[in-house]
Design a protein around this ligand. Structure first.
Ligand SMILES: [Zn+2]
Length: 146
């Protein structure tokens, strides 16, 4: 559920992170024309420079929107700023998979786990064995006690 601010599309607080707002903008919103090239470049979503607002392409399915939201919140949690590298993308996806599962989005977590290999060239389980394993688990723990 979200609030509708005039023609601003749907804006709501992310269930995955307090204080992070999600703006879902679809082709019915007047800003969509300006944002569409960014969605195409960054893959249906991106984080605003202030790290407190995520834009999500509302023309994608509800399922895809949830995956994009979780992925972008992952970037915020890991404080990925500036130029985002391949390992940053894998970290954001790893965090998103764990988070989607934790919040009951099993289908979305399964989908992203399958897409992980296509996106990063190695499987999600393998990624967990790399250095981001500790980072992801630590973040999940912190998330639970906050
Ligand atoms: Zn990303």
């Amino acid at each position: 559920m979200g609030l509708k601010f005039g023609n601003m599309g749907k804006i709501f607080e992310s269930e995955f992170h307090k204080g992070v707002m999600v703006a879902v903008v679809d082709s019915g919103d007047y800003q969509y024309q300006q944002l569409a090239p960014l969605f195409n470049e960054y893959g249906y979503g991106f984080v605003a420079p202030d790290q407190r607002l995520i834009f999500v392409d509302g023309d994608q399915s509800a399922s895809t929107q949830k995956i994009v939201e979780a992925h972008e919140v992952g970037h915020i949690v890991f404080n990925h700023t500036g130029i985002v590298g391949p390992n940053d993308e894998a970290e954001a996806d790893s965090w998103a998979i764990l988070t989607l599962r934790k919040y009951g989005y099993s289908l979305e977590a399964d989908r992203l786990t399958i897409e992980f290999k296509k996106r990063h060239g190695y499987s999600y389980n393998h990624a967990q064995n790399k250095r981001n394993k500790i980072k992801v688990l630590t973040t999940m723990f912190v998330n639970q006690i906050v």
